[in-house]
Design a binder for this molecule. Structure first.
Ligand SMILES: Cc1cc2nc3c(=O)[nH]c(=O)nc-3n(C[C@H](O)[C@H](O)[C@H](O)COP(=O)(O)OP(=O)(O)OC[C@H]3O[C@@H](n4cnc5c(N)ncnc54)[C@H](O)[C@@H]3O)c2cc1C
Length: 508
């Protein structure tokens, strides 16, 4: 079996796809070992890799080293360049940060994901479950709240867990049509959330955290293109085919949010001139495949308007790496930016719509492994691009590694947090993001055990009814690859934590 992968470095930086090579399965394993090899070995291996005129995969990885399998010590445990305290990490330590109500919600999630039959049943029943029940049982672990004040509080609670910023998203789903969508309300609330949550929260984090100004992650506002115009699905599908006026309206709405972001950055930059990364960033979320052509066009127009050459990237677009055409799309975005003199910021995700895509067989990678390889190749390429620049001259200027996959997060951390990059100011332009309520043990491990500061959580907020589709996708996703950490182990862990609290209280 052969798998497409990109090497770490290229002879030219002009194209992502032209650098793709075909490697065998065993070469892929060596490539992984290259990334998982301890620092000294990495440097030697990397040098031999760079010296190789054909950019072949290095072969001098020590025999018998199998660092691809995490040891039980921690979800991310590898020695590769990451500073780990060496102590055994109690697997359920992360649960201590949650209150009893939240633990009960995790217990419910564990019960829903006990096995595929219970999960399928829960997914089927979910649309009929009354909102009051959803709100009482799961809303609180996946969503930041209903009001600006509640989201601010959610930010402070994240800070207590060592997570110093967030990606807030007013989640009103409309890709399947939604009569409740009022674009004016959505944009007004979004602007209020930038000025009322993101800017003050970022300022507070800068002033509260005992860290270098560049070690505080940026704050993000996620913009859902389907919320900015009535009948958005039709507008995005036909943005250049009869819906030009409505599409222009959509772009204007999104631009209002980006302007608020731009102005917040100007204000904060006056107070903290030493910061190199943006303070706050607007992120365009990716939607179902059939809507994406319009979303890509929206991203391009916003990049052009807000991401000027030699300035931080204030707008970040999303690429879904489960799409089989995503590698060439990344190359295309980079080329368009170079031709039109703007920079691009990227959030790379695997993609959340695999369960609902009609043409899954043709548009999505054939296997999970192909998606994983493509994702890891994508983040490798972007990180190299960002780290190797001197002063804001790279076309790709900012990256959010939006994933819960321990291997991908490990790969990104290993590349960014090296001794060599200790003083590289560009590293604050690479941020790792997870969804609120997902992969909390991995977020915990990154922060507490590897001391990686650039970690944020995606915090959806808004009326519970409107977040129902979002919650359904989380339920489906919980049954995918993260199942190892759900089901019975989660039930046991939350139950033990709750019992531990009860027991301590009783004995006190
Ligand atoms: C901060 C943040 C922002 C996000 N924003 C968006 C967004 O704008 N748009 C969006 O679509 N998603 C978004 N997501 C969701 C994201 O796409 C999912 O969380 C992600 O796909 C789950 O994958 P993972 O990287 O955590 O890794 P894993 O859990 O290892 O991978 C699971 C993913 O692999 C892929 N996959 C699974 N099986 C197969 C298969 N048989 N063949 C091919 N591929 C397969 C699917 O994408 C699946 O979701 C966001 C996530 C985060 C953390």
């Amino acid at each position: 079996m052969s798998i497409r992968l990109i090497p770490t470095r290229y002879s030219t930086r002009s194209s992502f796809t032209s650098s793709l090579k075909t490697f065998t399965q065993s070469q892929v394993i060596i490539y992984r070992q290259f990334h998982d090899t301890p620092n000294t070995q990495n440097t030697a291996t990397q040098q031999s890799f760079q010296n190789d005129p054909n950019h072949m995969i290095p072969t001098n990885v020590p025999k018998g080293v199998n660092l691809t399998t995490p040891t039980p010590a921690s979800p991310l445990s590898v020695s590769a360049g990451l500073k780990h305290p060496g102590k055994k990490v109690a697997p359920n330590e992360f649960l201590k940060a949650f209150n009893n109500k939240e633990l009960i919600s995790f217990l419910m999630m564990g019960l829903c994901t006990l096995n595929s039959a219970t999960l399928k049943l829960c997914i089927k029943l979910f649309p009929y479950v009354p909102m009051a029940v959803i709100k009482a049982l799961v809303y609180r672990i996946y969503c930041g709240g209903e009001t600006l004040d509640e989201v601010k509080q959610a930010g402070l609670r994240l800070h207590e867990r060592g997570i110093n910023n967030m990606m807030i998203s007013l989640t009103i789903e409309a890709c399947d049509g939604n009569d409740n969508v009022d674009p004016e309300y959505i944009i007004d609330e979004t602007v209020k959330s930038i000025n009322g949550i993101l800017e003050p929260h970022t300022k507070k984090m800068i002033e509260t955290c005992d860290k270098n100004i560049n070690d505080i992650p940026s704050g993000y506002v996620a913009l859902k293109p389907t919320g900015f115009v009535k009948n958005a699905a039709n507008v995005l599908k036909n943005y250049n085919n009869g819906e030009e006026a409505a599409f222009a309206e959509l772009v204007a709405k999104a631009s209002r949010a980006c302007e608020a972001v731009y102005e917040a950055n100007q204000r904060l930059a006056k107070q903290y001139p030493d910061r190199t990364a943006p303070f706050v960033v607007a992120v365009i979320d990716a939607e179902k495949y059939e809507l994406q052509p319009g979303v890509y066009e929206l991203q391009r127009q916003l990049y052009k308007k807000f991401n000027k050459l030699n300035e931080p990237c204030y707008v970040v677009g999303t690429l879904q790496m489960y799409l089989s055409d995503s590698a060439s799309l990344l190359a295309k975005e980079e080329r368009l930016a170079q031709e039109n003199n703007y920079r691009i910021g990227l959030k790379l995700v695997r993609g959340a719509y695999i369960h609902s895509e009609k043409d899954r067989a043709t548009i999505i990678h054939k296997t999970k492994q192909d998606t994983d390889d493509n994702y890891n190749a994508g983040i490798t390429y972007c990180i190299d691009s960002i780290l190797n620049q001197k002063d804001k001259e790279s076309t790709i200027g900012h990256l959010v590694v939006a994933s819960h996959n321990a291997d991908s997060l490990k790969l990104a951390s290993t590349k960014v947090y090296t001794q060599e990059n200790a003083t590289n100011i560009n590293k604050s332009n690479v941020v790792l993001g997870q969804l609120l309520g997902m992969a909390d043990h991995i977020t915990y491990d990154l922060i507490k055990n590897y001391q990686i500061g650039n970690v944020i959580k995606y915090v959806p907020w808004g009326p519970p009814l409107e977040t129902k589709q979002y919650l359904l996708r989380r339920l489906e996703e919980n049954g995918d690859t993260v199942r190892n950490d759900n089901g019975w182990p989660l039930v046991k862990a939350t139950f033990n934590t709750l019992m531990g609290r009860l027991f301590n209280k009783t004995s006190a």
